[in-house]
Design a binder for this molecule. Sequence first.
Ligand SMILES: *Cc1c(COP(=O)(O)O)cnc(C)c1O
Length: 361
Amino acid sequence: MSKLSPAPGVAKLAPYKQGQSQIDGVENPIKLSSNESSHGPSPAALKAYEEVAQTLNRYPDGSQYELRKAIGDTYGLDPNRIVCGNGSDELIQLMVRAYVRPGDEALLSENGFIMSNIHCVAQGAELVIAPEKDYKVDVDALLARVTDKTRFCTIANPNNPTGTFIDSSELRRLHAGLPKDCLLLIDDAYAEYVWGESYEDGSALVDEFDNVVMTRTFSKIYGLPALRIGWAYCPESIVDASGRIRTPFNTNASALAAAAAAVRDTEFVAKVKAHNKQSLERIQSVVRDLGIEVIPSQTNFYLLKFPEGNGKSGAAAAQHLMSRGIIPRPAGGDDQYLRISVGLDSENDAVLAALTEYMEQ
Ligand SMILES: *Cc1c(COP(=O)(O)O)cnc(C)c1O
């Protein structure tokens, strides 16, 4: 028998399961299962990506200078407090490794980004999970679960798979109720899509307090998930701590160059944002007319709840969409729900036609 065994936290984990990306016998399915952008990246990002081909014999810039500068310019943030990672996924892992000890409690909300759970368990932390209310992060439920062992708390804002966000005052109430030695990580992967005026991203809290981090990604509105690139805005002490464990070349040259061009193309992002909002409004109104509940989303996806009692279900709707070449994502363990990404007009039309067929069956 082998004497080798993984660390206890690692042994506890189940393998990660990616969203479905194929349908047997369908050549070009409409993939709306992973909240990818059907618009693709900015043409400027593609051009920068191609230019990197000339310098593949060189290591990437380990200081990530150009990308941090571009993000700082676009978002009005101090580049010295930006850290880039191999997706926001890696940044979450860096923060957890730097700040969570075995036996600590990690406070999470029912929904959110599953990678936080995985990194916390691997680190040997105990997960404490608060239920949500009305499809939203419930600050009271989170704060009721704070103990003297709570050292890490994270929420996604907006949240996944609900698409809802908590407003500025609720976010601040959450932070104020956490212990001062607890790191609050605000996962703002969908921040660029939000239009609600009561929303604030995590950056002002990062400026005000030394125990808050905001993570962002190029995987969603910027359309670059294949390149694995994200960024975190941090207090100085957290830049320092995460910098000690970050591998020097964690972000590759193609990703750095494409992301820097993408973040400077604010016109492109504004166009995608406007199209997404307009599409969501249209989809939500058609879907409601079909008798399906839709949770009000300000992201590039929406969560449908099929009416109970008349034989309709999220699982059966998913089957029907698949038969029409469309891949949605079943949400959670609950049969009544289905999550679908917002796509191009033609893709959204196909979804609405298939949902209409399904409901009229
Ligand atoms: C898609 C998504 C991300 C992005 O993760 P990357 O590792 O940057 O691709 C982060 N958080 C949430 C909640 C998401 O849905």
